[in-house]
Design a protein around this ligand. Structure first.
Ligand SMILES: *Cc1c(COP(=O)(O)O)cnc(C)c1O
Ligand SMILES: [Zn+2]
Length: 392
């Protein structure tokens, strides 16, 4: 099978097995002819594989990702300042949207008879890649920063990959793994197979809202892989004639580590690495984003922006989601909701806009040293204690 990948920037093409990056330095993606794509007739039972017609791999592996709910979250409208819909990607098999790209990446490795798969990750992608590798019987090498929380490593280890905790620069690690000649096929955040799988989240949002359309999509951004995927998806759906207006794409970073938002603010056309501070949004703390420049182009192309939000607003948004949407997301996902609030305050998003925020990952697998609001009671005082809380 020969498959072409193309540079979004200089349009150079390569075989998928030949290169992971363009000679110009920018990331590659699959060319997809979506002009005859239509919304599938079938039941929603196959997850993201319902869009196999526009994927480079068609044989499912592992537990199908996708078909996650798009929920109209009206209780949070006032906070968000718009008509908010949340796409709950936490409901993917390993708790984040990463599973969509992984399923395509591992599917490709199976289809091309590879034995080893690898990834570089802050945790979610390591978990996802380990799980799908296990489902296909592949050996899996995951490279995480040495300071990755041990709770995350314990989760990853359940799927029995080879875990490497790496001291040193994450951006360099990311780039170097893509050039290694060890027989390990790396599916890092913004590699073409991942981007191909991850675009299905936008296909779903449009199909679920149909015939209505979102005015804007808001998502957290780190490497820029998912942002690139969503951009690709909306352009493909436009070319299929399935959407009338391309939505504005808004990407949100944590203020402590915001190289893409910084480039946007400064009117730059290329993203340069920053020196980052600590943030609770560890899954998106990438100071040297490999698809940062591509994401910048995506935001500008669709009339969106790239912004960043401080940790106190991320915490606040996380609590709002838990107490008014009714599910728990990790800080890196709450960033999207904090971003919507900022965008409505700045006038980028209006009260009548239908906005879809992508809740990228579950909070239930995270641990925080938070105080728990509870009381200890004696069973003999049950009625009295409950009545005092109820207020009767
Ligand atoms: C990976 C990740 C992101 C960022 O995605 P990129 O494709 O790297 O930009 C956002 N949220 C969560 C929960 C993630 O795991
Ligand atoms: Zn190029």
């Amino acid at each position: 099978m020969t498959r072409q990948v193309r540079c979004y920037d200089c349009a150079e093409t390569y075989g998928i097995d030949d290169r992971k990056r363009c000679t110009c330095g920018e990331p590659l993606w699959f060319e997809t002819d979506s002009s005859s794509f239509e919304w599938p007739d079938e039941e929603w039972t196959t997850g993201m594989w319902r869009y196999a017609d526009v994927l480079p791999v068609t044989d499912p592996v592992g537990v199908p990702p996708g078909t996650t709910p798009l929920v109209r979250a009206a209780r949070i409208d006032e906070y968000a300042g718009c008509r908010l819909h949340v796409k709950n990607e936490a409901q993917n098999p390993t708790g984040s949207f990463k599973d969509r790209g992984t399923a395509v990446g591992v599917g490709y490795a199976v289809q091309t008879d590879r034995d080893w798969i690898g990834t570089v990750s802050h945790g979610n992608m390591a978990l996802s890649t380990s799980a799908y590798a296990a489902s296909a019987g592949l050996e899996c090498a995951v490279f995480v920063p040495a300071d990755t929380p041990v709770e995350r490593l314990e989760l990853i280890d359940r799927h029995d990959p080879h875990i490497f905790r790496v001291e040193g620069d994450y951006g360099r690690l990311y780039a170097e793994t893509l050039a290694l000649e060890t027989g390990v096929w790396f599916i890092n955040s913004d590699t073409p197979l991942r981007v191909a799988g991850q675009k299905t989240v936008a296909y779903e949002i449009f199909e679920q809202l149909h015939p209505a359309e979102p005015d804007a999509l808001v998502l957290p951004i780190s490497s820029g892989g998912q942002a690139s995927a969503v951009w690709k998806a909306v352009r493909e759906l436009e070319s299929a004639g399935l959407i009338d207006d391309v939505p504005r794409l808004y990407f949100v970073q944590a203020a402590a580590c915001d190289p893409i938002a910084t480039a946007y603010r400064n009117g730059e056309s290329v993203v340069t690495p920053v020196v980052a501070d600590e943030t609770i949004a560890i899954s998106i703390a990438n100071s040297d984003p490999p698809s940062g420049t591509r994401a910048l182009v995506a935001a500008r192309d669709t009339g969106g922006t790239v912004i960043s939000v401080p940790d106190n607003e991320i915490r606040d948004a996380m609590a709002r989601v838990a107490t008014s949407v009714g599910t728990d997301v990790e800080p890196s996902s709450a960033v999207a909701v904090a971003g919507v609030r900022r965008l409505s305050r700045s006038g980028d998003v209006g009260a009548d806009d239908d906005v879809a925020a992508i809740l990228t990952g579950s909070g239930y697998k995270e641990r925080y040293d938070a105080e728990v609001d509870s009381r200890t009671i004696d069973l003999d005082d049950l009625e009295q204690d409950l009545a005092s809380v109820v207020g009767r």
